[in-house]
Design a protein around this ligand. Structure first.
Ligand SMILES: NC(=O)c1ccc[n+]([C@@H]2O[C@H](COP(=O)([O-])OP(=O)(O)OC[C@H]3O[C@@H](n4cnc5c(N)ncnc54)[C@H](OP(=O)(O)O)[C@@H]3O)[C@@H](O)[C@H]2O)c1
Length: 331
C-alpha cells in the first residue's frame, strides 16, 4: 500500500505551480516510489495564483510561517525565488525536522551554512537538485562521484538564457540586443535580465557546486564573474577564426596548491569541445574526478516540466531516505 506524505509548496509561480498542480491532480504518483503525495497547503499572494496553477484556492495563503509550522506538513517545497523570506522559511522548516526541497539557488548559495546547520539540528534532508541544471541529475551525480573521487573540476553551461542568446548570435549573426529581445519574447529571459546576463545566476550555482566539491563554503561573492552583456559579433568572428565559439562557462577548478578557483565568464570553446555543441537554452556540465575521469551531463536546465521532475524526485528521495538523502556537504 502506498505511504501518504503531506507536502506544502511555498511559491506557486512557474515552477511551484507546476509542482502543486501535479501533486494535487495525482500526476506526481509513481508506482516505483510507493508514495502518495498530498498537497495540504501552498504559500502565495492570493487566489489568482491558485487559479493559474489549477489548485483549490482554499489551500493558498501568504502566511509562510503558519504553513511551515503546521504539524501535518511532512515536506516543504520552496519555489519562491529570492534570498528572503525563502532562506528563513527553509531554516525554520528544517529545524522542526521537516525535509525541504528547493529550486532556489540564490537563497541556498547565500545561506548554505545556516541551512545545513538547521538540517543537522532537525535531522532533516535539504534537497536542491532542481536549483542547478533544472531537470539534469547533476547534484546526485556529483554526490555519487565525490564518494570515492577527488573532484578536480566542475565546468558547465549552467544558465539557459545566456546560452540561448550566445547560440543565436553564433547561429544567426544577430547582435546581443536582438538575441536578448528574442529570449524575452520566448519567456527565457526576465523583463530585468540582469541576474542571468551578468552571470550572477550561474555564480550562485557554481558556488554551490564548488562548496560540494571542496567541503568548504564559498559565498557567491567569491566567484570571479563576467557576464555576456559585453560580448559582440566581433568576438564570435575572432572565435570562428580560431576554430571555435563562445559559451558562458561556470567553473570550479582545483589549483595546484589544492585551493579552488571559481569563475563565470564568456569563454572560447574549440569546435572539438562538447560545450560548443550545446545549443539553444540547454545546459551541460563536465565533472572530472581523479578516478572516474571526465563525466558529461546534458539536458534541459530550466522550464516547469524538467524542473518539477527534479523537485519530485527529490521529494521521493527525502521521503524514503530521510535526512540521509541530503547531498554530502562536510562543512
Ligand atoms: N523558471 C525556471 O525555469 C526555473 C528553473 C530552475 C529553478 N528555478 C528557481 O525556482 C524558483 C521559482 O522560480 P519561478 O520561475 O517559478 O518564479 P515565479 O514564477 O516568480 O514564482 C514564484 C512565486 O512565489 C510568489 N512569491 C514570491 N515571494 C513571495 C512572498 N514573499 N509572499 C508570497 N508569495 C511570494 C511569487 O509571487 P509574485 O510573482 O507576486 O512575487 C510567485 O507566484 C526560483 O528560485 C528560480 O530560480 C526556476
Amino acid at each position: 500500500m502506498a505511504r501518504s506524505v503531506n507536502v506544502a509548496v511555498l511559491g506557486i509561480g512557474n515552477i511551484g505551480g507546476e509542482v502543486a498542480r501535479r501533486i494535487a491532480s495525482g500526476a506526481s504518483a509513481t508506482p516505483s516510489s510507493g508514495l502518495e503525495l498530498k498537497l495540504v497547503a501552498a504559500m502565495d499572494r492570493g487566489p489568482e495564483q491558485a487559479a493559474a496553477a489549477g489548485i483549490d484556492p482554499a489551500l493558498v495563503n501568504p502566511d509562510g510561517v503558519g504553513i511551515v509550522d503546521r504539524d501535518d506538513v511532512d515536506i516543504v517545497i520552496e519555489t519562491l525565488g529570492g534570498a528572503q523570506p525563502a532562506a528563513d522559511l527553509m531554516i525554520r522548516a528544517l529545524a522542526q525536522g521537516k525535509h525541504v526541497v528547493t529550486a532556489n539557488k540564490e537563497a541556498l548559495a547565500k545561506n548554505l551554512p545556516a541551512i545545513l546547520a538547521a538540517a543537522r539540528d532537525g535531522d532533516a534532508a535539504i534537497m536542491y537538485e532542481a536549483s542547478i541544471g533544472g531537470g539534469i541529475p547533476l547534484v546526485v551525480s556529483l554526490r555519487q562521484i565525490l564518494t570515492n573521487n577527488r573532484v578536480d573540476s566542475v565546468r558547465g553551461i549552467l544558465n539557459g538564457t545566456t546560452n540561448y542568446i550566445l547560440h543565436r548570435m553564433e547561429d544567426e549573426g544577430c547582435d546581443y540586443a536582438t538575441a536578448l529581445q528574442g529570449a524575452q519574447e520566448l519567456g527565457y529571459a526576465e523583463p530585468d535580465p540582469t541576474a542571468d546576463v551578468e552571470g550572477l545566476d550561474a555564480a550562485n550555482k557554481i558556488a554551490i557546486l564548488g562548496t560540494m566539491m571542496a567541503g568548504e563554503y564559498f559565498h557567491p561573492e567569491r566567484v570571479d564573474v563576467t557576464g555576456i552583456s559585453g560580448v559582440g559579433l566581433e568576438d564570435f568572428a575572432d572565435a570562428r577564426e580560431r576554430g571555435g565559439t563562445l559559451r558562458l562557462i561556470a567553473a570550479a577548478e582545483r589549483r595546484d596548491d589544492g585551493s579552488i578557483a571559481l569563475s563565470v565568464a564568456p569563454t572560447f570553446v574549440p569546435n572539438t569541445d562538447l560545450f560548443s555543441r550545446v545549443v539553444r537554452n540547454f545546459n551541460a556540465v563536465e565533472i572530472v574526478g581523479d578516478r572516474v575521469g571526465p563525466v558529461w551531463l546534458h539536458g534541459q536546465g530550466a522550464g516547469p516540466d524538467p524542473t518539477a521532475s527534479a523537485i519530485l524526485s527529490d521529494v521521493a528521495e527525502a521521503a524514503i531516505a530521510g535526512s540521509g538523502a541530503s547531498p554530502t556537504m562536510n562543512l
